[in-house]
Design a protein around this ligand. Structure first.
Ligand code: RIB
Length: 288
């Protein structure tokens, strides 16, 4: 079983569903509203856990009404929360609008995630004990870099999902072993990605492509009824990390299947498939 450390964000997602997304200045009547725990770090941690890995989460919640719910969703999923701190102030929140095609727009207000400015020795020990460090860019960049540097020095593989997109230094890219990007990010980041050994490009319904020392691997997408694409990339990334030790082809198959299943329900963390569900879908895909 892979051991994963996630150093990342956790948010409460405030999800509004609507027929279509409003134009600037327009008011629409929505169809529904739900609060669903999310955040790229938390989504990826739960996805990795449900795909079969042992996961420790390093992050921060606030002291508001959302904090206990956010803490509980990680704990209920079996993700380690000893390194999840509580800070004063609001937890991270994301305002999400999902339209009838399943597409979304998201605005994140970082809240407690911004307070994750220091890594304690126990946080660094969790990183060093892991096979894979999984990180994103919804917490302060110096913290992500410190975690990645420590991982590199400890022999832990660094998997970066550079989202939301931000400018990163050459030094930052030099400590990344695996990058998971979407097609748009791959085009924008073409130059820095050349220094990364393993690059995985997600292509939505079309699946994903890997390039690295093992050559190129293309994994087609699986057909599903899309309800909401929120967090699909996170769930892809968590499953990829959990199965990385099996090699890129197997890891990509797990990741594409988990990511596709994640789009069949509303809400990022509400839609994370279990290992059994992923295995069943992989089986079906192989038989067809
Ligand atoms: O990737 C989806 C996630 O982005 C949401 O859960 C939201 O919280 C934002 O972090």
């Amino acid at each position: 079983m892979a051991r994963i450390a996630v150093v990342g964000s956790i948010n409460m997602d405030l999800v509004t569903t609507t027929g279509r997304r409003p134009e600037p200045g327009e008011t629409l009547l929505g169809r529904g509203f739900e609060m669903v725990p999310g955040g790229k770090g938390s989504n990826q941690a739960i996805a990795a856990r449900r795909a079969g890995a042992e996961v420790e989460f390093v992050g921060a919640v606030g002291d508001d009404l959302f904090a206990p719910v956010l803490r509980e969703v990680l704990g209920d999923a079996g993700v380690g929360t000893r390194r999840l701190r509580s800070v004063s102030g609001p937890s991270g929140v994301a305002s999400i609008v999902v339209d009838d095609t399943g597409e979304n727009t998201i605005i994140v207000v970082e809240g407690a995630n911004a307070a994750l400015t220091e890594l304690a020795p126990a946080d660094l020990a969790a990183v060093a004990a892991a096979d894979v460090l999984l990180c994103q860019l919804e917490i302060p960049l110096p913290t992500v870099l410190a975690a990645a540097r420590h991982a590199r020095a400890s022999g832990t593989t660094v998997l970066l999902n550079p989202s939301p997109a931000q400018e990163l230094s050459a030094e930052f890219w030099s400590v990344v072993d695996i990058a998971v990007v979407n097609a748009g990010e791959a085009a924008r980041l073409a130059a820095p990605l050349e220094s990364v050994a393993h690059v995985v490009v997600t292509r939505g319904a079309a699946g994903a492509v890997y390039r690295g020392p093992e050559g190129e691997v293309a994994q087609p997408g699986i057909r599903v009824e899309v309800v909401d694409t929120t967090g699909a990339g996170d769930i892809f990334t968590g499953a990829l990390a959990a199965h990385w030790h099996e090699g890129p082809a197997a890891a990509l198959a797990w990741a594409c299947t988990a990511g596709a299943l994640a789009t069949t329900k509303l809400g990022a963390s509400a839609a994370i498939p279990s290992r059994t569900e992923i295995e069943a879908a992989l089986d079906r895909a192989q038989r067809n």
